[in-house]
Write a protein that binds this ligand. Structure first.
Ligand SMILES: *Cc1c(COP(=O)(O)O)cnc(C)c1O
Length: 645
């Protein structure tokens, strides 16, 4: 067995094994906080009199508060035991001790990462976290480079995805606004394609992000060469033509050749994309679903779709690729998607690529060496039984070509909730969504350097007040367990090994169940999620199989009416939909289960997120995956018996 002792100090542990360490750290740092308060002008008299605690009102309040806190503590015992290796449901697990302690330690200081004036310490940490993620993903991270990457934390992957769409919307429409203002005021603005006044709408809508960034610089430069009042008027004219000012309806009226740009994504995309399209006003009608093969985007189908869109002169706001789908952990062929984008860019259709790697982004830590280089396939392959396929390796290598990437520290980063992130390949992409970044309008003022700029974080992002404690948690976690092969990679390696063990063990369970039920893994895993489909022996109806699988799931679901302590295991479920998978794949899965009567449009399957670090043999006597296998087999037999099969 592998030695896992390096994992021992990293987590509080399912049994609270590290509670002495945890308590010691918390006590020390909470006391430290109190001393810090006290030593800020110790000459001031106490605001709360020392004898206040003797008053009846004070004592009543404390009694009331204690009662409520005890009630909360009691209620929380009904929480889902994410830290236990018996929890293999959703994308949560035990938390990195450094993240947990850092976050708790920071809470009483209450920093607000909206601006450095409210967070002189933790905002800088957030900027560093963004750069560290950028480095893990392979982006440029030299702060002195104008095209340095920039990443920041969000409340979660959902908001990160909103932001990606918002920034792409700004970039996509800016050249049209500049051209309109330039024509109105007769200002010559050069771009790679020529003077913008002479460009048609299709060309303007297909500026690459780099070209739009250069155009923005040209607009500012033109302003700086004009007398001050004229310069301001010119910049105001550009702003007043932008879609962010006019709204989509008026923008469309002024540009009859304009069409709503579409967003291309696979059917496996997370539902936050639906919300994002509603929120940005683009509308979900602007989705174009890219067909899939085995729950991964089909790049040949993407190419065909882009060809159609180019022929219709239909602009594309973004291609969304998924790195680690929420349901199956599958990985879209990023390298092929990027290649496809490059091909069409040369033919005049620009399609930015955003990668939704909320789940799978940290898989990059398995490939990134501590010196920043990217590990070759063989050296990673040696650490596993199946992982990574050539396609997965090539996909991870190619993420650095994407325009932006969502990655959630509160998922595979093992930190507490409230920490998603988005990373942009080029920090200047954010200039077009900046809110009153006054230097932009003031040719007299030099642009601030990278850190100074983003210390005004709230001007550049969707959110306002935000938790500095969350930033401190991610920062300390990534200092102690950096996102590369020798750091976080060592934890994520365990999750993949657990998934491989699970995948290899399922046929054993399937054999044990012969004559009772058929078991199959319908989607070959790319990472650390494994799904299992079930059909009772002799059954040919999909609807009956779903009813059966649902009943099996009842034994492992979170049910407010059932005390969590009485559950043996927790899992989750999903549905393989006929529309999402395509007819051929759908029928193939049904065939492996022996189902011929297609009387439903989806297959109910069990879904397992194998991210708990203690799933495999750790102390020498328990292997939770094999235990789960026994539990699953037993549950299936019980359900079969109850249903009289
Ligand atoms: C989890 C997830 C999201 C949403 O992230 P939240 O942090 O839950 O807001 C988006 N996309 C993918 C692929 C995800 O797995």
């Amino acid at each position: 067995m592998n030695d896992r002792s390096h994992l021992h100090p990293l987590f509080l542990g399912p049994y609270g094994e590290n509670n002495d360490l945890f308590e010691k750290l918390l006590l020390e740092f909470l006391r430290d906080h109190v001393y810090w308060r006290r030593n800020f002008h110790p000459e001031d008299p106490p605001a709360i009199p020392l004898l206040a605690m003797n008053s009846p009102g004070y004592r009543d309040f404390v009694a009331h508060m204690s009662r409520e806190l005890h009630a909360l503590s009691a209620a929380l015992k009904r929480s889902v035991p994410f830290s236990s290796p018996r929890y293999i449901g959703h994308m949560t697990s035990d938390l990195l001790l450094p993240a947990l302690v850092a976050q708790i330690m920071t809470l009483p200081y209450n920093p607000n990462n909206v601006v450095d004036e409210a967070a002189p310490v933790t905002l800088d940490m957030e900027i560093s976290v963004g750069l560290q993620l950028a480095r893990m993903l392979g982006y440029a991270t030299d702060e002195s480079r104008p095209d340095c990457a920039f990443g920041h934390l969000t409340s979660g992957g959902t908001v990160a995805n909103y932001e990606a769409l918002n920034v792409q919307r700004a970039l996509r429409h800016y050249p049209l606004a500049v051209a309109a203002a330039a024509r109105n005021r007769d200002v010559g603005i050069r771009s790679r394609q020529g003077d913008v006044r002479a460009l048609d709408a299709w060309t303007l809508l297909n500026f690459s992000n780099a070209e739009t960034i250069a155009l923005h610089a040209a607009v500012l430069e033109a302003a700086s060469k004009m007398p001050e009042r004229e310069g301001r008027a010119w910049l105001d004219a550009v702003e007043s033509e932008r879609v962010e000012h006019l709204g989509l309806v008026e923008f469309a009226r002024r540009h009859p050749e304009w069409r709503e740009p579409v967003v291309l994504l696979p059917a496996t995309a997370h539902y936050s994309w639906q919300k994002a399209m509603k929120l940005t006003g683009l509308g979900t009608a602007q989705f174009r679903k890219v067909p899939e093969r085995g729950m991964r985007m089909d790049s040949a189908a993407l190419d065909a779709l882009l060809s159609e869109l180019a022929a219709e002169r239909q602009p594309v706001l973004a291609i969304v690729a998924v790195l680690g789908t929420t349901e199956f952990g599958t990985i879209d062929p990023i390298h092929e998607i990027i290649a496809c984008r490059e091909r069409w860019q040369q033919r005049g259709l620009h399609a930015p690529v955003h990668i939704d790697a909320a789940w799978g982004g940290y898989l990059a830590a398995l490939f990134r060496e501590s010196d920043g280089s990217f590990a070759d396939h063989d050296s990673v392959r040696r650490e596993f039984r199946h992982f990574p396929s050539k396609r997965v390796h090539a996909s991870l290598e190619a993420v650095r070509h994407a325009d932006s990437i969502t990655v959630d520290p509160h998922k595979l980063g093992f930190v507490p909730f409230g920490a998603g992130a988005i990373v942009f390949r080029d920090q200047r992409m954010l200039d077009l969504v900046a809110q009153d970044a006054d230097y932009v309008f003031d040719p007299e003022r030099d642009a601030p350097d990278y850190r100074a700029k983003f210390r005004q974080l709230g001007r550049y992002i969707l959110e306002g007040s935000k938790s500095g404690a969350a930033a401190a948690g991610v920062y300390v976690a990534q200092r102690v367990v950096p996102p590369h092969r020798e750091g976080l990679g060592r934890i994520i390696r365990e999750t993949i090994r657990a998934a491989e063990h699970f995948f290899d063990h399922m046929p054993v369970i399937a054999r044990e169940l012969e004559g009772c039920a058929r078991l199959s893994v319908p989607v070959e895993p790319d990472s650390n999620l494994v799904c299992v489909a079930i059909n009772p022996a002799g059954n040919r109806s999909l609807r009956a199989a779903n009813r059966f699988a649902r009943e099996v799931f009842r034994a492992m679901r979170v049910d407010p009416a059932v005390p969590v302590q009485t559950r043996e295991f927790f899992g989750s479920y999903t549905t393989l939909s006929r529309r999402g998978m395509g007819e051929e794949e759908f029928l193939r899965v049904l065939e492996t289960l022996g189902i011929s009567e297609v009387d439903a449009d989806g297959i109910f399957i069990l879904r397992h997120t194998l991210m708990n670090p203690w799933l495999l043999d750790n102390t020498g006597d328990v292997n939770y995956i094999e235990r789960y296998g026994e539990f699953l087999a037993r549950t299936i037999r019980e359900v079969a018996e109850r249903q009289g099969r």
